[in-house]
Design a protein around this ligand. Structure first.
Ligand code: GLY
Length: 554
């Protein structure tokens, strides 16, 4: 009896309390990203003792090297974090900022018309990058390893080269004529003007040096000193507006994520200046209480389309950088507001205005990570359109974004994605353009999901459709990632869809109800998801079959 008592006292004093109450430890870590080398880099860092945040730094930096058309040090994005030890959650806003010399009408001609291409091509289109600061912040504040170690795989791949993929060749082919206008970019990404074949090695020594400066000096390595000077000199020689102050002033901002509940699923997602979380939660609130499961598929899809329409309408009307405009987010994501808005749903009829096409959004990139301790990260990063502005300041290896196009260059003028905006998203010095990036966590009593995707304005509807599948208990991560998609964004008034999403009967039913349908051939999106079953400790990771990504659990 005494022995038993001693043993019990031993257990109570020696074992941490959490060991009694904790969910089972994860059986493995999971990483999903858009490129095998990036996923491998993340696992390499975990194997060296890094946590999910260190791994995310390695994956993101590697993606900047191996997918230079989708993201990079010249871009920005959003990092959504969950720390297992205390449940702390935060979003790191590493979105680009408008240069301090930017003006509201900088993309308009003297008659107030937007000048085609000016917010897309060349230096004037580039905002001040946030990704380098985001990587440094993530590593220094939340990581376990020195930044230098987490950046090592990316530096190695940039310096020694890596075999390019078929997708690299495809993107270069599509962008060839455009990039020929930017000699430094063409020099780095083409082989004497020719496109690399799959398997040929691409070396980026200038980018390796820039990454090394970042690794050695932290944010000063990019935003001050030699790299900053090269960036600013390059931009100014090409007619851009950047100053050194733009770079030295740049800071990431930690923001409270947007939260909502749909059925029994807790949703945590991106905060402004990404519209992702607000629009996602608003759509879910609109659908809450409607008995989707009892509807036939055409009726259910129509209901989802109308909820998308209403939430994207509010995006256009109200959303912008919260440090510059007052946005009543609490009201927009309040279920009571959705209940009122829902009354408009049956009355909404497709408008007759001739729709413009929404722009291609196959670029941008996403990575999802869960480590064995349950730390989790969802990161969406972008240059905006493929290879961003196309411009690379000489000697830096860094392609600059064209994220300035995500501002409303004037009220109601559509951007590359066909999205319109109000004064809330007008250009101002130092302001961050409204984004659609939607890094997201979903959680119920059994399961944690970390997910996101590229895809411009369609990002939010893709995350929504995956969320609905999860919340309604349909399929697993592979099914959510491969699910045929559809999208409506209020303006233009068109339902875009991947052809398998609607069969002929459903297409006819929707058309009879007045919907204009446009098939997106070849599909869209590149979802990356990691799922942890809290009951069993099992981890599953999946990479969208539309892309060439790689998901690995180990
Ligand atoms: N550049 C696309 C987005 O941020 O939504």
């Amino acid at each position: 009896m005494l022995h038993l008592l001693r043993f019990l006292i031993f257990l109570i004093t020696v074992l941490p309390l959490s060991a009694w109450a904790a969910e089972p430890r994860l059986a493995a870590a999971g990483i999903a990203s858009a490129h095998p080398l990036a996923t491998q880099a993340g696992h390499e860092i975990l194997a060296h003792g890094g946590n999910a945040f260190d791994a995310a730094v390695a994956v993101a930096a590697t993606l900047a090297v191996v997918e230079p058309y989708n993201s990079g040090l010249g871009g920005g994005g959003f990092f959504l974090l969950h720390r297992a030890r205390d449940g702390f959650e935060i979003m790191i806003d590493a979105r680009e900022r408008a240069p301090l010399a930017a003006t509201r009408d900088m993309y308009l001609d003297r008659d107030g018309r937007s000048v085609p291409g000016r917010s897309i091509d060349g230096v004037l289109a580039a905002g001040i990058p946030g990704t380098p600061a985001g990587l440094v912040h993530l590593a220094e504040k939340y990581g376990r390893l020195p930044l230098k170690q987490s950046l090592a795989p990316a530096i190695r791949l940039a310096r020694d080269g890596f075999p390019v993929t078929a997708q690299y060749g495809k993107m270069c082919l599509r962008q060839h004529d455009r990039l020929e206008n930017f000699p430094e970019t063409a020099r780095v990404f083409f082989h004497d003007g020719f496109i690399y074949g799959a398997g040929e090695k691409l070396r980026q020594p200038e980018l390796a040096r820039t990454l090394e400066r970042l690794a050695a000096a932290g944010r000063e390595g990019f935003y001050d000193g030699d790299v900053a000077k090269r960036l600013v000199d390059g931009v100014r020689v090409a007619g851009g507006l950047w100053s050194l102050k733009d770079l030295t002033d740049y800071r990431v901002i930690e923001r409270e994520p947007v939260r909502g509940v749909y059925r029994n699923v807790r949703v945590t997602s991106a905060a402004l200046p990404s519209s992702g979380g607000v629009v996602l939660v608003q759509i879910l609130n609109l659908l809450q209480g409607l008995d989707l499961d009892s509807m036939d598929k055409p009726r259910r899809d129509q209901t989802v389309i109308e909820a998308m329409r209403l939430a994207y309408r509010d995006r256009a009307r109200y959303l912008g950088d919260p440090d510059f405009v007052n946005v009543d987010v609490a009201r927009l994501i309040d279920p009571a507001y959705a209940a009122k808005l829902r009354e408009e749903m049956p009355a909404l009829k497709p408008a007759s205005a001739a729709p413009a096409k929404t722009g291609e959004g196959g670029n941008t990139t996403h990575l999802s990570v869960i480590d064995r301790d349950g730390n989790r990260v969802a990161v969406t990063l972008s240059l905006n359109t493929p290879f961003g502005s196309g411009f690379m300041p000489p000697g830096t290896g860094v392609v600059l974004n064209n994220e300035m196009d995500d501002f409303a260059v004037k009220p109601d003028a559509p951007n590359n994605y066909g999205l319109t905006g109000s004064n809330a998203n007008a250009i101002a010095p130092g302001k961050r353009p409204l984004s659609s990036m939607t890094p997201t966590f979903l959680e119920n009593d059994d399961t944690v999901v970390v997910l996101g995707t590229p895809g411009g304005s369609r990002i939010i509807s893709m995350v929504l459709l995956a969320t609905l599948e999860f919340a309604h208990g349909r399929g697993g991560p592979k099914d959510w990632a491969s699910l045929p998609r559809f999208h409506h964004q209020y303006s233009p008034d068109v339902v875009e869809y991947e052809p398998p999403a609607f069969d002929d009967a459903e297409k006819r039913a929707l058309q009879q109800r007045g919907y204009r349908l446009e098939a997106v051939r070849g599909g869209y999106g590149n979802m990356q998801a990691v799922v942890w079953n809290k009951k069993t400790g099992g981890v599953e990771a999946t990479s969208d079959p539309r892309g060439e990504g790689f998901a690995q659990v180990k």
